[in-house]
Design a binder for this molecule. Structure first.
Ligand code: NDP
Length: 284
C-alpha cells in the first residue's frame, strides 16, 4: 500500500466494492484540509470474501474508522464490537468508528437525509410517502420514525421487501406504517406532507421517471430524492414545476459525510466546503 502515512497523523477509510474514483474521498479530505487536520481518507476496494481481513487490518493499522458501501454494509455487522441504535434497526452499517477499544457500527445515511429534510420541514407529526424499501429507503424511514413522524406509507414494487420494512417500523418504532404495492402511476394521498424517492430510479439517468401521478403533487409539499447524481433528478424538476419544495440527494451524501467526520475527529466540519469539493469531484 503506497500511503503517505509516514507524515499523516490519522487514517480513515472507505471500504467499497467497485467504487474506483469515489468522489467522497475529495469531500472528506476537503474537511480535513479546511480544519488543518493532517489526516487521510483512503478508498480501498475489497472483495466480499476479504472483508473480515480488511476490518482486522484497519484495526491493526490504527484506522479511526471507515465508511462502507454495499454489500459490505450488511456483512460487516458480525465483525464489529457493537452497533448504534438506528444501525441495529436498519440492519446496515455505513460508518464505523473506533471508540472505547472497539469498532462501533453506525448508520449515517438516514441521519444525513434527515439533516437535509429538517432544513425545510420538521417531520414530527407529518405524513410521508416513501417510494422504495431497499437500503437507502430503510435508513431514511427508520430515522423518520425515530424522530416522531406520524405515518409512513411505503410504496414498493416488490411487496415482500416492502412488508419487511413495514414490519420493522411497526415492531420497533411508534410510527404508523402502511404498505402499498407499486402498480401504475401512484396517486399521492390527501394529507401527505413529504414525498421521498428512496429508489435508485434516476441514478445516472436524468430522464428516468417515477411512476407517479404528478397532478397529485401539491404546491408547498416537500419532495425529496435520495439519488445524488444528477442532483436535479427528473422528479425534483417536475415537483418544482408544481410548486413543491425540493430536497436533493447530494445534501444527504454531504451530511452523512459531515456526521462521519464528527464521529471520527470530534470536530464540526464545514459542510459547504465539503459540498463544493464533492460537486467538483463529481463534475456537477
Ligand atoms: P437497493 O438496491 O437496496 O434498493 C433499490 C430500491 O429501488 C428498491 O426498493 C427497488 O425496488 C427500487 N427500484 C429499483 N428500480 C426500480 C424500478 N425500475 N421500479 C421500481 N422500483 C425500483 O439500493 P439502495 O437503497 O442502496 O440505493 C437506492 C438509491 O439510493 C441509489 O440511487 C443510491 O445511489 C442512493 N443512495 C444515496 C445516498 C445518499 O447519500 N444520497 C446514500 C445511499 C444510497 P424492489 O424492492 O421492488 O426491487
Amino acid at each position: 500500500m503506497s500511503l503517505p502515512n509516514s507524515f499523516c497523523h490519522q487514517l480513515v477509510g472507505s471500504i467499497s466494492q467497485g467504487a474506483a474514483g469515489n468522489p467522497t474521498v475529495a469531500m472528506v479530505e476537503a474537511a480535513f484540509q479546511r480544519h488543518g487536520l493532517n489526516w487521510r481518507y483512503v478508498n480501498m476496494e475489497v472483495a466480499p470474501e476479504d472483508l473480515a481481513a480488511a476490518v482486522q487490518g484497519a484495526w491493526a493499522m490504527g484506522f479511526r474508522g471507515f465508511n462502507l458501501s454495499m454489500p459490505h454494509k450488511v456483512t460487516v455487522i458480525p465483525m464489529l464490537g457493537s452497533l448504534g441504535e438506528s444501525a441495529a434497526l436498519i440492519g446496515a452499517v455505513n460508518c464505523v468508528v473506533r471508540r472505547d477499544g472497539q469498532f462501533i457500527g453506525e448508520n449515517t445515511d438516514g441521519k444525513g437525509f434527515l439533516t437535509s429534510l429538517q432544513g425545510v420541514i420538521d417531520p414530527k407529526g407529518k405524513q410521508v410517502v416513501m417510494f422504495g424499501a431497499g437500503g437507502a429507503a430503510r435508513a431514511v424511514a427508520v430515522e423518520l420514525a425515530l424522530v416522531g413522524t406520524r405515518k409512513i406509507i411505503i410504496v414498493n414494487r416488490d411487496p415482500a421487501r416492502g412488508q419487511e420494512l413495514v414490519d420493522t417500523l411497526r415492531d420497533k418504532t411508534r410510527v404508523e406504517a402502511e404498505l402499498v404495492p407499486w402498480q401504475g402511476d401512484y396517486a399521492i394521498p390527501e394529507g401527505t406532507d413529504v414525498v421521498i424517492n428512496g429508489t435508485s430510479i434516476g441514478l445516472y439517468e436524468p430522464e428516468a421517471r417515477l411512476a407517479l401521478d404528478l397532478d397529485t403533487l401539491k404546491p408547498g409539499m416537500v419532495v425529496a430524492d435520495v439519488v445524488f447524481n444528477p442532483p436535479r433528478t427528473r422528479l425534483l424538476v417536475d415537483a418544482e414545476d408544481r410548486g413543491c419544495i425540493v430536497v436533493d440527494g447530494l445534501g444527504m451524501l454531504v451530511n452523512q459525510g459531515v456526521i462521519g467526520v464528527q464521529h471520527w475527529t470530534g470536530i464540526d466540519p464545514d459542510a459547504a466546503a465539503m459540498r463544493r469539493a464533492l460537486e467538483l469531484a463529481m463534475g456537477v
